[in-house]
Design a binder for this molecule. Structure first.
Ligand code: SAH
Ligand code: SF4
Ligand code: F3S
Length: 435
């Protein structure tokens, strides 16, 4: 019997990192007898699952590692995983010699091998773990997640992800279906499909097989009995063809919430970003979606102050925001990243004060839309999956279109989909009563 050990994981970055952390935890539980702790001081192993997408978190990493090293129990190990591990590799151990191992975002299936090898660095971005079956995740009961592809084949000029996660490989459909079936048998009713570019699914696999499409995958997955809700993120606006939009609209299992990363509303900037679509294409997709799905909610990502972004370019972005009225916007100030094409535009970078002022204007405009959109929900009815009992005895969950809803109910409601009527709204959540 191996002695029981404690694991502390800190996860930064996107949902793919969150899922990677869950996978590492399952592997370490299954093969190395670890259990998770939220107390750093108790841990025998400290894992930091990092994000590189913007510069700030990378700067913070080293000061944080220093603190972890000072607080850790004697003999505890520290591992750095994820996207920053991929692009800094051995430099992490050079700068912070107390780090025991470095494991890139594309290599997390090797966690049980590296954990006991001091100084190991596994960061091969061509490594293929796309068919790797991890220990089953039994953590969440009602919701499950699956990576449908690893890596990204796009070359958005600001983005470091293709160089941290490598080229795009889709996970074979039969593996996905069998994993999802198992999760549904264990009680999951909602599924989240993950990938950097989910609707490019099916173009390349690690073995020779016929090409397929995301739309076909959605059709196959929705045949799984007992699975009631399907969500996915992130789709790319370029690949939102009519076939995809029609499937999205008419398939009752697909939740009516979509993330449409705009990045910019200026055609010049979109071109410089190498996004592959125009503002007109983006708006045509929104128009078609809204027409077919009246209760649709849309979120987006926007980067302000990309090099060369003029006031007029920024106003184009605000005009698209005004036209679409996004339900949620994830805003970022452009951050120059290593291994990206946009570094060539260094001399055209926008001064920080202008960038901050643009970000503030965008946030203010969005807040107006958010309040307006949330108020419109009062009196409407939605189906909510009750997930948690909150402190004041209310149940909390998400509607099909991803509204956060609180309503009075007891513990028996948990894990079930309940029809509710909205009685009150704040800018970010709703109050409701069962109907
Ligand atoms: N694959 C996803 C995005 C992953 S990164 C997609 O294409 O939608 C998440 C978001 O971070 C991006 O959509 C973008 O808005 C932002 N981002 C990426 N690189 C950035 C950079 N260098 N500076 C600022 N924001 C960036
Ligand atoms: Fe980055 Fe673009 Fe790929 Fe998204 S689609 S991960 S923004 S390169
Ligand atoms: Fe960050 Fe890597 Fe995700 S850079 S956003 S953790 S793909």
């Amino acid at each position: 019997m191996i002695e029981e050990k404690k694991l502390f994981i800190q996860t930064l970055g996107c949902q793919m990192n969150t899922l990677d952390s869950e996978h590492m935890l399952s592997e370490l539980e299954k093969y190395k007898n670890y259990t998770q702790t939220d107390k750093l001081e108790d841990a025998d192993l400290i894992l930091v699952n990092t994000c590189s997408v913007r510069e700030k978190p990378v700067q913070k990493l080293f000061s944080e590692l220093g603190q972890f090293n000072a607080k850790k129990k004697k003999g505890a190990k520290i591992g750095v995983c994820g996207c920053t591990a991929s692009h800094l590799g051995n430099d992490i151990i050079k700068r912070a010699p107390y780090v025991d191992f470095v494991l890139g975002a594309r290599n997390i299936s090797k966690i049980k091998d590296v954990v006991d090898i001091k100084g190991s660095v596994e960061i091969d971005i061509n490594y293929n773990d796309s068919t790797y079956e991890f220990a089953p995740n039994e953590k969440s009961i009602y919701k499950t997640q699956a990576n449908i592809s690893i890596g990204c084949d796009k070359k958005c000029s600001y983005c470091i992800v293709p160089s941290t996660r490598g080229e795009e490989i889709s996970i074979p459909q039969e593996l996905l279906i069998s994993q999802i079936r198992k999760d549904v048998e264990n009680g999951a009713i909602e599924l989240m499909l993950l990938g950097q570019n989910v609707n490019a699914y099916g173009k390349r696999f690690s073995d020779k097989r016929e090409k397929t499409s995301f739309t076909k995958l959605l059709q196959e997955i929705s045949k799984i009995e007992g699975l009631e809700r399907i969500r996915f993120t992130s789709p790319h606006p370029l690949h939102m063809d009519d076939e995809f939009i029609e499937e999205f609209a008419q398939n009752p299992k697909i939740c009516k919430y979509i993330h449409m990363p705009l990045q910019s509303g200026s055609n010049e900037i979109l071109k410089a970003m190498k996004r592959g679509y125009t503002k007109e294409w983006f708006l045509s997709r929104v128009e078609k979606l809204k027409k077919l799905v009246p209760e649709l909610r849309i979120s987006t990502d926007i980067i302000v102050a990309f090099p060369k972004e003029s006031e007029a370019d920024f106003l184009d972005t605000l005009a698209v925001v005004e036209e679409v009225k996004f339900d949620q916007i994830f805003n970022f100030i452009y951050s120059p990243r290593p291994n990206t094409k946009a570094l060539e535009l260094k001399e055209f970078e926008i001064p920080r004060e202008i960038a901050v002022a643009r970000l503030t204007r965008l946030i203010e405009l969005h807040k107006l839309h958010q309040s307006e959109l949330m108020q419109k929900n009062i009196g409407k009815e939605f189906e909510v999956l009750a997930e948690n009992l909150s402190k004041n005895g209310e149940v909390f969950g998400y509607s099909d279109n991803n509204l956060q809803v609180f309503f009075k109910a007891s513990e028996e409601a948990l894990g079930k989909i309940q029809r509710v009527k909205i009685s009150g709204a704040s800018r970010t959540s709703l109050q409701a009563q069962k109907v």
